[in-house]
Design a protein around this ligand. Sequence first.
Ligand code: EPZ
Length: 419
Amino acid sequence: MQKFTIIGGNRLSGEMFLQGSKNSALPIMAAAMLTDGQCVLKNCPALTDVYSASRILNCLGCKCHFSSNCAVIDASGADRGEIPENLMREMRSSIMFMGAILGRIGECIVSVPGGCELGPRPIDMHLAALSRMGAEIFDCGGRIRCRIPSERAKGARISLSFPSVGATENIILCAVKAEGETIIHNAAREPEICDLCGFLRACGANIKGDGESSIIINGVTRLNGCEYTIMPDRIAGATYLAMTAAAGGEIILKNTCTAEMEPFISVLEHTGCGIYTSDNKIYLRRGQRLKAVRDRIRTMPHPGFPTDAQAILMAALVTADGTSVFEENIFDCRYRHTDALIKMGADIQVMGKAAVVRGVPKLHGADVEATDLRGGAAMAVAALAADGVTHLGGISHIDRGYEKFEEAVVSLGGNIRRE
Ligand code: EPZ
């Protein structure tokens, strides 16, 4: 098992080209299965989750090649609808292939997906929506078999009880080639949904309203291949900003998505960091000690503060001057990183949805273990700002979402080694 050895205390400084978005690339790779012709996805991040998506595509009869941040997918041979359980378990986004397979060949066999353990992550909304679109769903010895009895799925009006990102994406994937109109009410508004729709429109899909609460999709019979550039990763961007804020120093992030990162940046500004943004660049400078954030930091669906950035910002605020309070509203169990931060000297009290963070002057290194992707990244952020050596295990979680993490940190002057 690999681990990171991190020696904290270096100020960070440098420029960085932000990686492509994991949470865009994965549903877009699933969407490529719906096309006839070749899709070329540029700015695709080199991550273990992307390699898993590539393996799923190949197993479904597509040809997917990945090199130099470019995925080339030819779905003309896509003729299989079963995803083996081991591939389903590798990541949460494996469930996104359900909508795509139904749109392409009308029948799939999948199982409950894997992914970060953040509390219960049911797929009831995905299944209920697909069933409204005409899918018949069976429990098949612990696996899920789903089939569209007619030639195409049927458009439907679907109201989500919560704006689930994954359910919204699955409905879009099933609806783009369905018969008639699908309207999703209370749809997720995350930028990655817009990126998925941007890709599908480039392939010939008819979708309106993405980025708003109601998305309208009129099914088409055919989608062509296209060349598309995946949007930058707003959560990786938030991580490198928080890291510099925690350790001190300055960073220029290039190829960012400034508007999409606004919900994070507007909170980070309260810590006293100097932050300047232009079209696709973000400059951050931290001189003095960070200030605590006075207002409660509530995670909410976009455009609220992103749950994926909660642990990362907390890792910076544990050494801020004053008390910050977080409220996690998306997942039941997303404070698993706090034990490690406490072991490093942080003062955090978790009470249900809330976490009260009283800033301490300094953290110290410790032996800690990542248990999920963003929690692991948060431990690395804390370790870079701490005194002494941290051994961080469980880094396969970090590799799922951060491209060449240690190279990026070293390029900023951080002391980190993979062993
Ligand atoms: C996506 O997960 C992201 N993953 C997550 O990022 C992110 O944290 C999350 O959206 C929220 O922004 C990908 O895009 C691959 P949801 P997803 O469906 O789609 C409940 C990261 O760190 N729910 O919006 O799984 C669910 O339990 C990852 O990169 C149901 O109850 O999130 C949760 O409480 C981690 N039934 C809430 O909705 C359902 O059928 C939000 O989940 C579906 C969801």
